[in-house]
Design a protein around this ligand. Structure first.
Ligand SMILES: NC(=O)c1ccc[n+]([C@@H]2O[C@H](COP(=O)([O-])OP(=O)(O)OC[C@H]3O[C@@H](n4cnc5c(N)ncnc54)[C@H](O)[C@@H]3O)[C@@H](O)[C@H]2O)c1
Length: 304
């Protein structure tokens, strides 16, 4: 990774900080982006500076950027800063995120829109600008070798109670990744998703989770397991030349487990024989042929 130039969005704390430190440790120059707001995405601050300081103290190179990635204009300035500060861009890690949990009947329109804006639009804006840079480079010089690593979550892969906004956003990131991988591979650019785990202020806001890591009340031995930097070596590997052949994939990691995730598949199918289906014939066939029974619990939803 020596000499590569990386952007990590939401790199001021939590999982994003872990990615910044790991990429810098592996020799990359890092643009640490963070708009520095609360876990709900309110206010702004200078969290990016803390990560930059840590990287510099460890002998690495980094600069801070305070863009709100949900703004196309600010995302453009972020990509521009990588070009002006370090002279290029090799790696884009879209990690910035917020949470505004509530059951669907209580969730406000603003809380839905803002979560989608930060996660989904905020990964599209940066990818849009980075893709232009890499496509231009590939057209001028033959090939480029860009890397996009998006951040999904168990909520997006399986659903999660109280997170219609967040789970929708995280599922959308898989669709974004699959499509980016198709559109950009011919330019040498890969796009993959990491589904990380780690105790951060986002997880400490989820009801039923252990107390905040900030209160230092985690049970003995929990920290290693929940260290927000645990998935960062996998991000570094995906960002490296070693992973040129890996694109459009989702990797789930918590602590010592790496799982290669695969999505929708055809469980069973039936054909009507060269004609469209009629509603009247479906009841028996759907229950009998597809689901196998009328009483199947098709929903996987918990009962809480
Ligand atoms: N913590 C987990 O267990 C877990 C699990 C799965 C996925 N994730 C995902 O990992 C990512 C990082 O989350 P975290 O747990 O480290 O939370 P965190 O709150 O500690 O870090 C998120 C960072 O993103 C920044 N950010 C938020 N909105 C931004 C914006 N519009 N522009 C720029 N920066 C912005 C925040 O200021 C914050 O520093 C998120 O995408 C989250 O959804 C986390």
């Amino acid at each position: 990774m020596e000499g590569k130039i990386a952007i990590v969005t939401g790199g001021g704390r939590g999982i994003g900080r872990g990615h910044c430190l790991e990429l810098a440790k592996q020799g990359a120059k890092v643009v640490v982006n963070d708009f520095g707001g609360s876990s709900r995405g309110e206010g702004r601050g200078n969290a990016a500076d803390d990560t930059v300081k840590l990287i510099q103290e460890r002998g690495g190179e980094a600069v801070a950027n305070y863009a709100d990635v949900s703004s196309l204009e600010e995302a453009g300035e972020l990509i521009g800063q990588a070009m002006s500060a370090f002279g290029g861009l090799d790696i884009l890690v879209n990690n910035a995120g917020i949470a505004r949990d509530a059951a669907v009947w209580k969730m406000t329109e603003e809380d839905f829109d803002r979560v989608i804006a930060v996660h989904v639009k905020g990964s599209w804006t940066t990818s849009h600008h980075a893709a232009k840079v890499w496509r231009d480079q590939a057209q001028a010089k033959g090939k480029s070798a860009g890397r996009i690593i998006n951040t999904t979550s168990g909520a997006g892969l399986y659903g999660n109670f109280g997170q219609t906004n967040y789970a929708t956003a995280k599922a959308a990131l898989v669709g974004l990744t699959l499509t980016l991988s198709m559109e950009l591979y011919k330019y040498g650019v890969t796009a993959n998703c990491i589904s990380p785990g780690g105790m951060t202020r986002i997880t400490s806001s989820i009801p039923g989770f252990p107390p905040s890591f900030e209160t230092n009340e985690l049970p003995e031995g929990t920290w290693d397991r929940m260290d927000p930097g645990n998935s960062s070596p996998i991000v570094a590997w995906l960002a490296s030349d070693e992973a040129q052949h890996v694109t459009g994939q989702v990797i789930h990691n918590v602590y010592d487990r790496i799982a290669w995730m695969k999505g929708w598949h055809v469980e069973k199918e039936m054909f009507s024989g060269e004609k469209a289906w009629k509603a009247e014939e479906l009841s028996a066939l759907m229950n009998g042929n597809l689901f196998g029974t009328r009483s199947i619990g098709i929903s996987t939803a918990p009962t809480k």
